[in-house]
Design a protein around this ligand. Sequence first.
Ligand code: BGC
Length: 760
Amino acid sequence: MTNTLKIILASAILFTFTFCEPKSAPKNNALTEAVINQKVDSVLALMTLPEKIGQLNQYTGDNTATGPITINPNKQQEIKEGLIGSMLNILGTKYTRQYQDLAMQSRLKIPLIFAQDVIHGYKTTFPIPLAEAASWDLEAMQLSARIAAVEASASGIHWTFAPMVDIARDPRWGRVMEGAGEDTYLGSKIAFAKVKGFQGENLNNVNTIMACTKHFAAYGAAVGGRDYNSVDMSERMLWETYLPPFKATIDAGVATFMNAFNDLNGIPATGNSYLQREVLKGKWNFKGFVVSDWGSIGEMINHGYVKDGKGAALAAITAGSDMDMESNAYRNNLEQLVKENKVSMTLIDEAVKRILHKKFELGLFDDPYKYCNPEREQQALNNPEHTKIARAMASKSIVLLKNTPLGEEKGARILPLSKNIKTIAFIGPMVKLKRANHGFWAIDLKEIDSSYIVSQWEGLQNKVGKNTKLLYAKGCDINDDNKNGFAQAIATAKQADVVILSIGERWNMSGEAESRSNIHIPGVQEDLVKAIAATGKPIVVLINAGRPLIFNWTADNMPAILYTWWLGSEAGNAIADVLFGDYNPSGKLPMTFPRVEGQIPIYYNHFNTGRPSINEDKIYKSAYIDLPNSPKFPFGYGLSYTNFKYSDLKLSKNKMKSDETIEVSLKITNTGKVAGEEVVQLYLRDKVGAVVRPIIELKDFQKISLKASETKTITFIIDKEKLSFYNEKVEWISEPGEFDLMIGSSSADIRLNSIFELTN
Ligand code: BGC
């Protein structure tokens, strides 16, 4: 058979398998697994080796690059030749259509997948993930991912590189902003919700996108909090603390995984067969595909794990990395490796199949332009409903750190502010910024201006009536030592009844490659706080940041502090809602805030040690001689404009067998004058274990809302799962013995206690 004939035949078969649906199957309905597998096999049978390798290849497009670009001037030609499977950083239906057009000129017309880091919203930007985690509101977080998917998919995107589920106990690491914080239980719940939000009911629905769980694995434990650094940890720690959020996304049906830059115990994650083959594709039976992190295949040379690109490609494909993002390692080496019998065709086919499978699931073979409808894009990117949801999400993410009573007037606090204040001075380098509110990993939509982002100044203007005068002074910049603006800021403060000070980190001081050894408020901003405090005016401080910062003077001396993170496009309105009590703050910290960097890594669920620091009188104890072990603000902490009373703790029984459960009930009463929400947190301590257990561990929580004076009874169920842990052989076990039950408003504010026993 001549080559031309082969191609004609092949195309005919492909057409039959991909474009002719059985009459009974309505168009756009999800295909069954068996049908997809059949279609995948039929396409695979037609592919040449270079075309197969092409599917494993991903390049960045023209939009803002998110890593060091490998220059390849032939990208467009390669797409036409079917040598590229996916592109990232191409945004908008106009551009994705242009690129898909190129793919449609290829021999087999296999559509491209367009990927993007849709981390916290697309055009409508939501709070950074760490901020959202502070809401402890799983439904709200699922919804924000849903809206992000609606907008991104309308803009031509099929795949987001989110959620990042790396547990992180080190706020020096800039990427803490991108995850759910330090806790495995909370992180797992959020990871699950995010995948459900992005992927919706079914990937075939045009308004869903594939999620990508990253970074597999343990990237958050980079030594010293320095990005890309090594990770060394016991297998038990890996399984108990770092892997559960990854597993949670498998349970949620996540489509893809991304491996990681770090080495884990000496083996780069990208070339790590244990992680990708044994655990992910083996034990967890993950059916989707794995993309490398940006250039991480090639970086195995720098790690000193392989000699050259060929070695890198061999290590990565063998270990189970299916797609090569921007390393060119597969493109340049896989064909030769197959010829030399170092990589089997089965290995290549397995990776290709996983990718084609997703293309079928997305419905791209039926209609490669399915996500390229400009009218839909126009509507989805200008939907006022999305704005409302972003505002609500932003309000829920704010944490009230302090609101102490003022002076003699017993009980009076600054917050919430009265709407009758005559003059408010809004001071600080963050007040009038717009982009700053988006934070790191916001989408850079070059064709859209930033007028839709509500600055904090605009938010305040929108909120106050005509009778309130607003004054502004910048005071200083975010990160330099210039105090020239202080005098004007002080003069402005003196004219006001209340001062709001907005300080924090520049939007790109936390994020990828933004590790900091010093996590104090940058520049002279805290000096500005001191200078304004000297005026004696009542002050509310807003702290905008992508990580827990250190601000001891402010924390000790300022009466009212809101941690406002980076809240997204509705930041200004959401902050104003909280400042004036239109939303009663309900956020709780998802990470421990240290007193000084010297305490890091710091996390709430540590072991007791043989010489716990509680023994105040002892010298030989596990403590620093120059500061307490306790953090500045603990995990789970956050205040409200009302108070909650915890009472009537009841356990259905005090002893349970491992196939039984205990029902725990308690009452929560809103004892204040305004409605509010409380995150009721359930912690356990396994008192004696085959391996030592943390002194306290979050095992459940409920976020409830209560009107003023309302009481609600809530229940939790304790089952064997909550009492289990990994033993020294990394087996998931439970052991008979006593458990402390602690229920509280934060990990350091336990309101109700009990003890129960597991008997077998
Ligand atoms: C990051 C990933 C990201 C990728 C693509 C990498 O540098 O580590 O999280 O998804 O770039 O932008």
